[in-house]
Each structure stands twice: as C-alpha cells, then as structure tokens.
Design a protein around this ligand. Structure first.
Ligand code: PGA
Length: 263
C-alpha cells in the first residue's frame, strides 16, 4: 500500500482530484467507483470546479457507487443518491444513464445485486475506486466479519456505524439499519484504489488497515492484498502508524524516481 502523508485534508483532496483528472484525461471513458460520506466532499468539489473551467469532460464516464441505504427514497436528504447529486452529478456532465447505484428499493434485491456486479463487468470493470474508511474498518458498508471475497449484497449495519452516522439524522428520525453495498471482492477487483482518511478519530482504523493483520474482522485490511492502493492521510489520521517516518521517506524516493523519468 502506498502511503501519502499530506499536510491536511485539503491537500489530500487536491492530490486525489489530480489523480482522477489525470486518469480521466488518459481514458475519457473512465469507469469510476464512487464513495460518499464527509471524506470525499473536497475531491468532488474540485472535480466540479475542473469541469466548470472546461478542464474535465465526464460525458463518457460511467460511475458505480459503493453503497446505498435500503428504502431511503432517492430524493431523501440522507440517501446517497441525493448526496451524489448535490456533491458531484449536478456539477459535472456524467450522463444520467451512466450513473449506477446498488439496488436499494423494492424486491428481488439479491438478483439485482448480481445484476449490479454484471453491469460493472459489462462496463469493463472499475478503473478507479474512491474509498473512505469507517472507524470500525468498514469500506463501503462491509462491516466487520464481511467475507473478504464478498460481492454486492445487503448488509446489516453495526451499532458503531449507526452511531457514527446518527449526526446526519434529526432526533427521533428513523435511521436505516440495512444497506446494499459492493463486496470486498468487488472493491478488490478495481484496477486502482484511492483511499482518504482525515482526522484523529480515524487514526486507529488507519493503523489497523496499513499495519495490522489481514482479517475479515477489519475489512479495510483486505486492501493489503490489492496491488495498487494509495492511502492519502492527514497528520491526525496517520499519527499512530508505527512506520510513519518510513512512509514519508518512501514517498520522497518514489517521487525522485518519477521526476527522473525512471518509473
Ligand atoms: P466519513 O465516512 O467519510 O463520513 O468519515 C467514511 C465511512 O464510513 O466509510
């Protein structure tokens, strides 16, 4: 796993957006796996700004979101459909028919989860997957003990996740306990993964993801099995890493080789 120690969350967002824009310039029909939550908001803002400046054309891009709450209407303010519309889709030109989410309404959910997997394959697979990380190590809504080979399916959210997300709901408002999510196997199939973690409350999760054993009890640790993951960490999120200094040095040497055109 490549670790990038950034000065702050803004710099991380800048760097992640720059990678996405570079991949888009190289492949106009890029297939993006998209994340929600507070972490990617700064990245999406920069993508909207790049599009507004005429620097990024999303007309051939296809997107697959990681997850969605079961039974929240797409226009519900806490639904991830709504989140994506507000933070990204209203400000870029991804055609509506290129935007996909795992199923979250109605019946036949498992068959439609399989259809979601098929749609990803038919699009040629995900080129670039964005990720955040939950304090309990979840990626998407793959909660602890999710199979490391799991595919898109329905998951029950843990109490910890419900508490972490309670801030978005009014007191007394019903909070969804079920969600559909890409599996860990689905995520690991992406060709490249960019993960961001910001803030002290993510520090122990980041340590377990980067330096802990690979375990279904800590789903993000599965990313150690992927050949092309970059984790962008702000100082608070990286502060518990045992080899933090080493990661900084490694990034410096890798930058030097790249600048010299040797990679
Ligand atoms: P956050 O959530 O970006 O709101 O911190 C991340 C996650 O739970 O995956």
């Amino acid at each position: 796993m490549k670790i990038i120690l950034t000065e702050d969350a803004e710099q991380a967002a800048e760097q992640v957006a720059a990678v996405i824009l570079a991949r888009l310039a190289a492949k106009p029909d890029l297939v993006l796996g998209l994340a929600t939550g507070s972490t990617p908001i700064g990245v999406y803002r920069r993508l909207r700004e790049a599009h507004a400046r005429g620097e990024a054309d999303f007309s051939r891009v296809r997107t697959f979101n990681l997850d969605e709450y079961l039974d929240l209407a797409p226009d519900h303010p806490q639904s991830y459909h709504h989140f994506m519309r507000v933070h990204l889709f209203e400000g870029v030109n991804v055609p509506a028919e290129h935007v996909r989410f795992p199923p979250s309404q109605g019946d036949g959910l498992l068959a439609r989860c399989e259809a979601y997997e098929l749609a990803i394959r038919e699009a040629g697979g995900i080129d670039l997957q964005l990720l955040g990380i939950g304090r309990n190590g979840h990626i998407g809504f793959n909660e602890p003990t999710s199979s490391l080979a799991s595919r898109t399916r329905i998951k029950t959210l843990t109490q910890r996740t419900l508490e972490d997300n309670a801030r978005f709901y009014a007191p007394g408002e019903e909070q969804p306990v079920l969600a559909s999510t890409m599996g860990i196997g689905t995520i690991l199939d992406a060709r490249e993964i960019l993960l961001q973690a910001h803030g002290a409350k993510k520090a122990s999760a980041v340590r377990a993801m980067v330096e802990g054993p690979v375990s279904a009890f800590f789903p993000a640790s599965a990313l150690q099995l992927h050949p092309r993951v970059t984790a962008f960490l702000d100082p608070d999120a990286s502060r518990l890493l045992t080899l933090r200094e080493y990661y900084g040095q490694a990034a410096t040497y890798s930058r030097r080789l790249r600048t010299e055109g040797r990679l």
